[in-house]
Write a protein that binds this ligand. Structure first.
Ligand code: SF4
Length: 344
């Protein structure tokens, strides 16, 4: 295959703030939209090139030059970059040059992250490439073959078991930070899937954090909606039981902070409950320390900023999910961003 034409391609973007990665400079090493999956919730659009074949897309030197240019630009604005992150418009490990690109980029001296769907991690060459990174996020939406096929709609040659084995193998060898991400959507009967996912994750060596996510932008399939707060809470509780509550966090569209303490009680509560649910007793304790009373919670519930959930006889509080912005909203933002970039 020919190396893709660079015209109109933004190989690097940002830096953008990210709870997981601090300030992250995005690297787009895959042409839109080349993927081994066609997830129902994909926020990049329909998969146009469904493949499991690793290919040459861009010259590693071009990626390096573009990233280096952005790093210099950010430094001139005194803007910090914590990670150079492969987070393309498709699956980053489909790029046959991924390992080479990571080695080149390491010369810049900033940590490297790769957010992958892990579908090719059973391949030795993919694992070898990923071993070069400092941070790898693995997608684990489901471990049961049927549910995985329904949500992620993988290429027909892929098998769930092979991928799970590949992840286990990779986790044994990797020396950096591994996190997992489980995207939850509405209208799916998860049954005991959360228990199964938790059981798989608990055996992944060196797994640092487990993220419970929801789509926060309009998905490819119109019927897809983010899972409801009740389901997200159940997933959180089940994962916490197996992996410890300190290793499980939400990714629900807010940049929360589990350790927030600014002294502004409402703000702090919303920040914490954007990361994980709080049990009623923990909320009471928090309010006592902040010298505040239960009226704060009543007000947040009334204003629909907080939601109360029941699980195994306990009450939990979670930040209300943000509502989807329309596609028009994002195209307006993109248009105005492009206009700014053209002017600069
Ligand atoms: S793996 Fe990522 S890019 Fe590929 S279809 Fe799923 S969400 Fe979209």
């Amino acid at each position: 295959m020919e190396v893709a034409d660079l015209e109109d391609v933004r190989l690097a973007f940002g830096p953008v703030p990210s709870r997981r990665l601090g300030k992250s400079l995005g690297i787009n090493n895959i042409p839109i939209k080349t993927c081994s999956y066609s997830c129902v919730y994909c926020q990049v659009g329909k998969t146009l090139n469904m493949t499991t074949e690793r290919q040459y897309f861009y010259k590693p030197e071009d990626i390096f030059k573009e990233v280096e240019r952005k790093v210099v630009e950010s430094a001139s604005r005194d803007e910090r970059i914590d990670y150079l992150t492969f987070v393309p418009d498709g699956e980053p490990t489909l790029d046959i040059n991924l390992g080479k690109e990571i080695s080149l980029l390491k010369q810049i001296g900033i940590r490297i992250a790769v957010l992958t769907n892990a579908s090719l991690i059973w391949r030795d060459d993919v694992r070898e490439d990923l071993l070069e990174a400092d941070f790898v996020s693995l997608k684990v939406d489901a471990v049961s073959e049927g549910l995985w096929r329904r949500i992620d709609r993988p290429h027909k040659d892929l098998k769930s078991n092979t991928i799970l084995k590949g992840m286990t193998e990779f986790a044994k060898e990797f020396k950096g930070t591994i996190v997992s991400e489980t995207m939850l959507i509405d209208g799916i009967n998860y049954g005991d899937e959360f228990e199964k996912v938790a059981d798989f994750l608990k055996h992944l060596k060196n797994l640092d954090k487990v993220y419970v996510a929801i789509p926060t932008r309009p998905p490819t399939e119109k019927w897809v909606k983010p899972a409801k707060e009740e389901i997200i809470n159940v997933a959180f509780q089940v994962f916490s039981k197996e992996l410890g509550a300190d290793r499980v966090e939400y990714l629900i569209g807010y940049e929360g902070n589990a350790f927030a303490f600014t002294g502004r009680v409402e703000e702090d509560l919303l920040s914490i409950t954007a990361v994980h649910p709080m049990r009623r007793e923990a909320v009471k304790e928090f309010l006592k320390k902040a010298d505040a009373d239960w009226n704060v919670i009543e007000r947040l519930l009334f204003e629909d900023k907080l939601v109360e959930l029941a699980y195994e006889g306990n009450a939990y509080y979670m930040r209300r999910l943000p509502s989807f912005k329309s596609k028009e909203f994002y195209s307006r933002i993109t248009r105005s961003m492009n206009a700014c970039l053209e002017k600069s």
